[in-house]
Design a binder for this molecule. Structure first.
Ligand code: PMV
Length: 314
């Protein structure tokens, strides 16, 4: 019998992926078009899990679930219930490893379901802290951006170690998200950018600085409804991300098709090297056409959402 449930949406990074790891600001939006649901029941034996990757005892789960293992242990310890026999059932329509935050969303859903099972209120701070424990297993050096955005469900302006705030969103635009169908390689991309940075700081630092400036500009454009300005910052950011080698052929193809077909801006989103890209359009009608162009160009899935639907924090 289900005794606890937790649900979480994904996220998209609008601006600032990779540079956020180097202390620059980033902006992420909740992605409400797909979600993850975790339900919990108790049983007599050891902790177990059912999800797309695996069904069985948690202790024997494959390495892709290492973060979840650590998370369950830490959350039960936090709740002072370390010895429970719990069974987690995770269902998702958020594709994994596509830069849409599925790993953080699984973690948020798992923590919410466990707190719900033990009827303990969950603060946003405890949620973020617990989720970051799992994120540290998945990523080399997680910035915390995914965890903050998914835990809050709001538009987040984030700077590691110095600032996290929810920002107003007054944009009359529609974002199309397109999936290359190829797993993103966040961990590898983050570690390759680090190698590049260590080897060529004089080349890489100005790129990271400019990505930071573009995020600041984008934040201004979000609050002043400057779609054209935002589109330009997105496309420039994509060019810089390409320079630090986190794009790939599939992303380049979709970004160029988006621009050729009138997107106001387009870029990869998330860790890159596969995963998803985003294109900015001025209306739902334009976004529908754009989604068709992107699917014709090889996108395996597309979603679009009106930015007006996002909860804005004033
Ligand atoms: O691929 P995602 O959605 O997990 O995004 C990674 C974003 C990076 O900036 C590349 C890494 C990070 O920890 O912020």
């Amino acid at each position: 019998m289900t005794i606890g449930v937790g649900v979480a949406n994904g996220k998209i990074i609008l601006m600032g992926e990779h540079s956020v790891v180097y202390g620059k600001p980033a902006i992420a939006l909740p992605f409400s078009k797909a979600s993850i649901r975790c339900s919990v029941d108790f049983h007599e034996s050891e902790n177990s899990i059912r999800c797309i990757y695996y069904e069985g005892l948690l202790v024997d789960a494959p390495s892709v679930l290492d973060g979840v293992k650590v998370l369950v242990e830490s959350t039960l310890k936090h709740l002072d219930k370390p010895e429970q026999g719990i069974n987690l059932n995770i269902e998702s329509d958020l594709p994994p490893q596509r830069g849409l935050g599925s790993s953080a969303a699984v973690s948020v859903a798992v923590v919410r379901s466990l707190f719900d099972a033990f009827k303990v209120p969950l603060s946003e701070e405890d949620l973020s802290n617990l989720v970051n424990i799992a994120e540290a297993v998945h990523h080399v050096n997680p910035s915390g951006l995914d965890a903050s955005t998914i835990a809050s469900g709001k538009v987040v302006y984030y700077q590691h170690g110095s600032e996290k705030r929810f920002i107003p969103m007054h944009l009359n635009g529609v974002i199309v998200v397109a999936d290359t169908g190829k797993h993103g390689q966040t961990k590898q991309a983050v570690s390759e950018v680090r190698d590049l940075w260590i080897k060529n700081p004089d080349d890489i630092n100005p790129i990271l600085d400019r990505l930071g400036e573009l995020t600041l500009e984008a934040s201004e454009y979000l609050s002043t409804n400057n779609l054209i300005g935002l589109g330009k910052t997105m496309t420039e950011a994509h060019g810089l991300l390409r320079k630090i080698n986190v794009s790939d052929d599939t992303l380049e193809q979709l970004v160029s098709v988006a621009i050729a077909n009138g997107a106001l801006g387009a870029k990869l989103t998330g860790g890159g090297k596969g995963g998803c890209m985003i294109a900015l359009c001025s209306s739902t009608k334009e976004a529908e056409k754009m989604a068709t162009h992107l699917r014709n160009a090889g996108a395996t899935n597309t979603w679009f959402y009106d930015l007006q639907e996002i909860i804005s924090d004033e």
